[in-house]
Design a protein around this ligand. Sequence first.
Ligand SMILES: Cc1cc2nc3c(=O)[nH]c(=O)nc-3n(C[C@H](O)[C@H](O)[C@H](O)COP(=O)(O)OP(=O)(O)OC[C@H]3O[C@@H](n4cnc5c(N)ncnc54)[C@H](O)[C@@H]3O)c2cc1C
Length: 389
Amino acid sequence: MSALVAVVGAGPSGLVLANILHDAGVPTVVFERASRAHVEHRARAGLIEYRTVQTLRAHGLADGLLRSGTTHDSCEFRFAGERFTLDYGRFTGERVHYVYPQQFLVRDLIDRLLRNGGKILFDTPVTAISELGSGQPVVGFTDETGTERALPATFVAGCDGSLGVCRRMAPGVEQRTVTHDYRAGLLAVLSATPPITTDMVYALHRDGCAIHALRTPETSRFYLQADPGDDLTAWDDERIWAELRRRFAVAEGPLPGPGRIIEKNLFTMRSAVTEELRYGGMFLVGDAAHTITPFGGKGMNLAIADAADLARAVLLAMRTGDDRGLAGYSAEVNRRVWATQEFSHSMIDLLCATAGGDPEFHYRLQVARLKKWHSSSANAAGFASEYAG
Ligand SMILES: Cc1cc2nc3c(=O)[nH]c(=O)nc-3n(C[C@H](O)[C@H](O)[C@H](O)COP(=O)(O)OP(=O)(O)OC[C@H]3O[C@@H](n4cnc5c(N)ncnc54)[C@H](O)[C@@H]3O)c2cc1C
């Protein structure tokens, strides 16, 4: 087996990169440790920015989402018993979001790549990347028979997430990473219940925020701010629904559930930006390069933008020998990532209860900011532009 570009991970970033390179005639092989069924059913993100759709469309990768996704241009805020809708599409020249579950996009991208003769090795974990300084990195992997094998490549794209092997193999990567721990937990819930409204809903509450995110007509995603030390066992289904209803409560307005909870995960909110993404012939992409909280729904969008940038740089280098795109990849990604981190951070400041300082003072500031957005278009416009992306 020979390949020029080895892509580690069949998530959104790896699959976008592999599709673009394969279409351009670059021999590419994708390694994925999980099964095809697993990655095609792993529910995560669902909010796709307009500019992400444009990127996918430009590469012929948006057919499924344009056919079956739904567009959204407004979101709702709830606070102190009140609610209002912010029509961000009005401020952004209709730069609308698409709602299309991540697992559907992954399924489409896998299907397209395989149909076009591309190569994805499922159930094939990469175990090491070596010879990084040699000009021809080597991918070590365990094949389907359990045999350890090695594949030399011209480039390796580390698209294997924040805990993946590519980050671990990048020398000094943690020293080149700036992190922030929000000292808050977040409970992510996927339920077999229809959306409570046609909008994303962000609810401010003294005990921590709650978020309602759109997915499909039959399923919804919710987030609940939790204590950083919380244990998942403390969050039984009954408590989750009671807490969601309490935090979304307004004088008049639909409330969630109850219904079947498909999955729930508790994690500590953390952000990370890796300043250097090139390690010889290996590049870090998407979640392997940066971590962002779910506030604002930006993670998958950043991952796809990275993949498109790297594809452009690799093609330039392969076709013309011009290395400038590869040399500038880290800076290009990080310009976008820092701008997005700043937005996500401001969403957290707007919505999350804080343990520091006087919590009541912080809460009153949050209410004052939301009231400004409600009453003044000028104040709402800045949020609208960054939210739409
Ligand atoms: C609950 C939840 C909700 C989210 N909601 C949103 C949202 O609303 N909007 C948004 O934009 N983002 C959201 N995100 C973030 C988004 O899902 C990620 O940013 C996105 O998946 C990143 O894509 P990726 O391709 O970089 O990595 P991943 O999707 O993590 O893909 C990495 C792939 O690499 C594979 N892999 C790992 N190790 C190896 C190995 N050793 N060998 C081979 N393969 C390997 C994994 O199995 C996986 O398939 C959410 C995330 C979660 C967890």
